[in-house]
Design a protein around this ligand. Sequence first.
Ligand code: SF4
Ligand code: FE
Length: 493
Amino acid sequence: MPIRSGAEYIESLRKRKLKVYYLGQLIENPVDHPVIRPSINAVAETYDLANREPELGSAHSSLIGKKVNRFLHITESAEDVVLQNKMQRRLGQLTGTCFQRCVGMDALNSLYSVTYEIDEKYKTEYHKRFIDFVRYVQEENLVIGGAMTDPKGDRSVSPSKQIDPDLFLHVVKKTDEGIVIRGAKAHQTGCINSHWLIFMPTQRLEPGEEDYAVSCAVPVDAPGLTYIYGRQACDTRIVDGGEIDAGNSMYSGQEALIVVEDVFVPWKYVFMCGEIEFVPILVDRFTAYHRRSYVCKTGVGDVLIGAAALVADYNGVGDKSHIKEKLVEMAHLNETIYGTGIASSFLSYKTKAGNWQCDSMLANVCKHNVTRFPYEIARLAQDLAGGIVVTLPSEKDLRNPETGHLLRKFFATKENVDPEDRMRIIRLIENMTIGRNAVGYLTESLHGAGSPQAQRIVISRLMQIEEKKKLAKRLAKIKDLEEQVKKATAKIT
Ligand code: SF4
Ligand code: FE
């Protein structure tokens, strides 16, 4: 029976037997844990959106001949890739945080084309296995967590030269039935809220490192998997601070360390095993897909711009020209991110396998913008909100009869503005710029889908500097040096 709604999705998570640690304790029931639950709510929105706005949240899959959640769809046109971005912006607006499902979507779409090309070269059967897996997850409407980033150890040496071979996920045993893998994946978005994980290698490998070239799917509760939950700024506000202090009590993101201790994977779920030359191709396609997925942050930016405008209204300065200027600057930065991401999707090309792959240059420019512009947008939001973002007393003080009336008296601004509403919007700005959801809006924007230098490397590879020099030379009427040398040599001989 497929999952049909956010509520059914939340119920489906209860059937799993996960080993999750948070704050030094084994968490028996992550689904109802107050700190974890907001991140589950964010994923649940991806199900409800598919029901509420099916043209955005779902798509027709030729693989099973049915409508499927767009996060599980293998793109069949450039428009499908564009619609992913539109859906991501919408979900960012609805949740104000990371809704965690894009990594799986991007893994499915990049592996679809890469498994096809491996089979073409080696006559393997990865693509067929992969399609069987996609059909299954589409039929059941499951959440797929994509897991790429290894802990990486000493960054100056390759996986096989690390002090500990487990610093990169690798195959430790192969049998007729399958493979056994060991290692870890770090900073894994939404892994505890998923049904299946897809592991992928993280970087280019050298000959002799074939055991590290492994991609496969594993149920989240496979024996040998342990999750250690990432601590987020102000994460316990929801427990000890109440609804207002949490800022966004409904939604949050999630990252965890996945430890993989000799996990057995049957061959039917193995999609790459040893083909090192396809590792950079997979990494390039996945990261291109995922880097333009970061238009999610423009939806979050929409919320923050709205919050900044509201706080200015509450303070009585919403119509002042310098306030409007700052809001325009925030919108300009936000739309610049969106423009590059969606342009990358519009420029998608058809792969040999038949699905569509976004433009790599613009995807990397999009993500590079995301490493910078949200910080400036957040700075401007704090500028408009004022110092009270970091000095506001707690909800408990507001509820205390001894102090509540004092807060209402001294945090009043003008007629028709409830001081409690002012506190709520200030807490939301705190949440998004230094609190729990700043994890996703700022630092995860910096490092997620690769740190800034990773994008600069791709941009430098794709920027065609020699072609650009030729363009300049032509207009300046500078003759090509090689041509001049040739002519001079011809004269001598
Ligand atoms: Fe999706 Fe954005 Fe979260 Fe990545 S950071 S999973 S792109 S919502
Ligand atoms: Fe991410």
